[in-house]
Every structure is written in structure tokens, then in C-alpha cells.
Design a protein around this ligand. Structure first.
Ligand SMILES: [Zn+2]
Length: 507
């Protein structure tokens, strides 16, 4: 009796009941047919023959992943995802025709690092290779990636001279990389993707496997390199169809057009390499895609759900450090919520980005290009601007109170300004899309709420969070965040926001 069985229909995996399956398929269906998929574990299941008994879906015995939670008879009771399922991040690095791998060591709070008896970490693999890295190499903020050689080991173990429990809170002792199915990597970032990851049409992935695969057209698959202990392929889904969906399922990934995405909406904070710093009593998070949220080994339910799989979570803050794990069976995404003593400054405060006419570019998304494709950045402190475009990626140093110009700005370019390790400002020139008729003109809306009159009304943080969650425009959200730090809004602005968010509810 499985309750999460799907068939591929109309470009997605759709739930099917035993009664429906019985009408469509009068004979026994084996799991090898790849017709029925269990949504929880991503494995194919069989459908029984049913002579005297009622027909039902069944997991077969010889499965690779035996841990499906829906095996038990009765109803499905979701389990929290455990912190022990966390693995260290791994990435693949390309240098000319050469590839090598790196493992990421997440930051450890300074006070914990200071307490350690030892000063180095040993990374060992099953080939008896050992690499030793000194703690001095670790970045104070963010994840430090260290080289682990040209072959991807199937497991990495971390060892410390003197074991202290504290460090294992941040670094999993063991990281298992490839089962016989191989592993997918994101081509753009080089990051190894978790099992059961979402795959999107047109996006490029590396697939590392010991197997030798023949090139194919749909999905598109070709070998790019022979590595020391396997083959590296470039793979991409060509279409939202059954052929593509089944291929990716066979390598433990899920084809979808609503991929898992997490978005921190409240308080304003930057998610850097999985660490979200805040000063709040609760954190609001927006999640798209089919997954559940666990905080410190407890399951959290969404406080609101919308169409297209979007849900809103409020995560109460009980401790200075909390781990948020998001996943289906394993961890698909995670972050550490870190409450800092220092008050986090609202973004846009420190960095000014202007065009040649000295007009400020506000918010995150920019719908049009600046005149002469040129912008100027001025920051309060020294920092670095990272320019990422279709065909370029470079960093530029920003000096305090000095104007720096960036030229040849094109669509699909993002500019990130960092000071120290904080992302202080980010803008993105979004490629033009066809404007649908009933879409809100956000520039106009922003103008209206900015100019709004009336007495100041007190608005609580939950209401601000609701506004943030239903308005996609980053400029409006920045305005809301700013207002939230004051705690009030002019009455006219409140009614405009309420009207706008009500509209969303009704849709
Ligand atoms: Zn299952």
C-alpha cells in the first residue's frame, strides 16, 4: 500500500491511485517497466496482478535505495531529515583539459576553533591517500575548498588529532560520494549535487560515473573526459518528456520545471555558502518545489502554501545556531542560521550604484540597461565587485568613497558587491520577457507606495513577512524591509500593500 506513486503525464510526475492504475493496466506491471515511480524515494515500483486480492503498488526487493519511508503498511508519516545525512560540499574544477576535485570545509565559529587541541585536519580516502590541512588555511567566513586530487574517491573521512565533539557539529565525519550510479555536478558552479536533486531542461550537468555510456541525443549526453577512476560526461535534458525523465531518474535525479528553490525573505540577510546571519527571533523562508523542512531534527510545517508548490515557513529561533535541512529523502539544501550580536544593516545602505546621469539603480532586478551600458559603484568601505555575465566573470576592487566604473553592461549580467565577507549589494540586469497583460507594473507600484500619504500605522513583522512573501519584485521588497526596520508605514501604503497581497491570495 503505497500512497506516493506517480506516472509521467503532461510533462510531470503525477500521482496515481491504485484504483486508477487498475483501470488503465489490466495486467501485472513490473518495476523494470519504469511506469510507476514512488515520489518519496524516486524508485520504480511494481503493480500486483490481483486475482483474489485487491491490486496494489509494491517496492521490489532488489532495490539500490532500500530506505523508502513509504514501505510500511498504512499511512505515510514523514520523518525529519537527520543532520547526520549532511555531507561536505564537493566541487569539480576544470583547468584547460584537466579536472580535479575539491572538498569544502564549512566555517567554524572562532570561539570553537580556538578551543581545539589540534591545529590540522586530515582528509583520507579509500585509496589510502591522506591530505593534511592546517586550520590557518580556513576562511573566517564561508567555506574553504581544499584540493583532494584528480580522482573522486567514493568516501572521504575527516580526522582530527584530538577529537572534540564541537567540530563535528559543523563538519560531517564521513562524506560518501558515488554509489554505482555516479554523481551529477552543476557545470556553472562545479558543485556536486545531492542525490534526488532536481534537474531542469537545458541546464548543463557533469555526470561522473565508472560506467561507460554511449553518447545520446535525448537527453543529450557526451563524454568530455576520461578521469583516473571514471568517466566524465556532459549531460542535459532536452525536453520535459518521459525519455528524459526516466534517464535522470535512473541516475537518481528528478526532471522538473518547478525545481527546489529556497529564498530567505525575512529578516534581510545574506546566505553565504549555507550560513545565514541574522539578529532575529524568527526567520521566514520561502520554498518552491516538493520537499520538507527540518530544523534541528524537528519537522516544521509551512504557515502558508500557494499554487505552483510555493510554501512559506516561519522558523522560530531558539538557539544562536540552528541547522535547517531541506529535502525529500536526503538533504537537498541546507543552511545554518547564525544569530549574530551585531545588528545586521539593511542592504542598500552602504553601496551606491548609479548610471552616468547620477541616477541611482535601486533594488535587485534591473529591467533596462543603463545609458552607454555603464555604471558607477561607490562604497563606504573597501570591497570587491564581482561581475558575472554571459561571457565574462571578473572581480574589481572597490575603494572607499571612490567611484569605480563598470562598462559594457549587458542583460544577464549580475554585479555583487562584497565588503569583507558580507554581500552588501547585488544587482541583476534581467533579460526582457514578454509582459503579460494583467501583470502588475512594479515600478509604478513602488512609486505609489513611496509617495503614499496618511498617518503612520504600526505594522507587525508577520504582516511585513506576508507582504515580502507575496511580492516578487525585489525593489518593492527592499522598500518593505526598510519600512519594517522602522515598524511603521503610512496608512495609504498599507492599504495598497494589503490590496496587492489579497489579489495574490485569490489567484
Ligand atoms: Zn519509495
Amino acid at each position: 500500500m503505497l500512497n506516493h506513486v506517480c506516472v509521467w503525464k503532461d510533462g510531470k510526475w503525477k500521482r496515481i491511485t491504485e484504483e486508477e492504475a487498475d483501470k488503465m493496466f489490466p495486467y501485472r506491471i513490473s518495476s523494470d517497466s519504469g511506469l510507476f515511480m514512488c515520489e518519496l524515494c524516486g524508485q520504480f515500483v511494481s503493480f500486483t496482478k490481483g486475482d483474489t486480492r485487491k491490486r496494489y503498488f509494491k517496492h521490489s526487493r532488489g532495490e539500490t535505495n532500500k530506505e523508502c519511508e513509504d514501505r510500511s503498511i498504512g499511512y505515510y508519516n514523514p520523518e525529519p531529515i537527520q543532520k547526520k545525512d549532511l555531507e561536505l560540499p564537493i566541487r569539480i574544477i576544470q583547468y584547460q583539459d584537466d579536472y580535479s576535485f575539491q572538498i569544502g570545509l564549512p566555517e567554524i565559529p572562532e570561539n570553537i576553533l580556538e578551543k581545539q587541541q589540534t591545529n590540522e585536519v586530515i582528509i583520507a580516502n579509500e585509496y589510502e591517500e591522506k591530505r593534511i590541512y592546517s586550520f590557518e588555511r580556513l576562511a573566517f567566513r564561508g567555506t574553504t575548498y581544499v584540493d583532494v586530487g584528480k580522482r573522486l574517491a567514493s568516501r572521504y573521512e575527516l580526522k582530527l588529532g584530538q577529537d572534540t565533539e564541537d567540530i563535528w557539529e559543523f563538519w560531517p565525519k564521513t562524506t560518501i560520494t558515488n554509489g554505482r550510479e555516479g554523481r551529477l555536478f552543476d557545470v556553472k558552479t562545479g558543485k556536486m549535487l545531492p542525490f534526488d536533486t532536481d534537474v531542469e531542461v537545458g541546464k548543463l550537468y557533469y555526470y561522473f560515473t565508472k560506467e561507460f555510456l554511449l553518447p545520446r541525443v535525448s537527453p543529450s549526453l557526451k563524454r568530455v573526459s576520461k578521469l583516473d577512476n571514471g568517466n566524465l560526461y556532459m549531460v542535459s535534458a532536452t525536453n520535459l518528456d518521459e525519455e528524459n525523465a526516466k534517464f535522470f531518474l535512473s541516475i537518481r535525479a528528478r526532471l522538473t520545471n518547478t525545481p527546489l528553490k529556497t529564498l530567505n525573505i525575512w529578516p534581510p540577510s545574506a546566505n553565504q555558502d549555507g550560513v545565514v546571519r541574522h539578529t532575529s527571533h524568527a526567520v521566514w523562508m520561502y520554498l518552491s518545489g516538493n520537499a520538507r523542512v527540518t530544523v534541528d531534527d524537528r519537522l516544521v510545517s509551512p504557515i502558508g502554501e500557494e499554487k505552483d508548490n510555493w510554501s512559506l515557513y516561519r522558523i522560530p529561533i531558539r538557539y544562536n545556531r540552528q541547522f535547517v535541512l531541506i529535502g525529500r529523502t536526503g538533504v537537498l539544501d541546507y543552511c545554518r542560521l547564525q544569530r549574530d550580536e551585531k545588528k545586521y544593516e539593511v542592504e542598500d545602505a552602504k553601496v551606491e550604484i548609479t548610471d552616468i546621469n547620477k541616477n541611482p539603480l535601486e533594488g535587485y532586478k534591473q529591467q533596462k540597461l543603463p545609458p552607454e551600458k555603464k555604471i558607477f559603484i561607490k562604497a563606504e568601505y573597501d570591497g570587491i565587485a564581482i561581475i558575472q555575465g554571459k561571457e565574462r566573470y571578473f572581480k574589481k576592487k572597490i575603494y572607499a568613497d571612490r567611484m569605480e566604473s563598470i562598462e559594457d553592461i549587458d542583460f544577464d549580467t549580475s554585479i555583487t558587491v562584497t565588503v569583507g565577507c558580507d554581500v552588501v549589494r547585488q544587482i541583476y540586469f534581467e533579460p526582457k520577457k514578454q509582459n503579460r497583460n494583467n501583470e502588475v507594473n512594479w515600478s509604478d507600484f513602488l512609486h505609489r507606495i513611496r509617495e503614499a500619504k496618511g498617518r503612520d500605522v504600526k505594522v507587525d513583522s508577520t504582516e511585513f513577512a506576508t507582504y515580502c512573501s507575496s511580492i516578487a519584485d525585489e525593489r518593492v521588497r527592499a522598500f518593505i524591509r526598510n519600512a519594517a526596520s522602522r515598524g511603521t508605514l503610512p496608512s495609504e501604503a498599507v492599504s495598497l500593500l494589503r490590496k496587492e497581497t489579497m489579489k495574490f491570495r485569490r489567484k
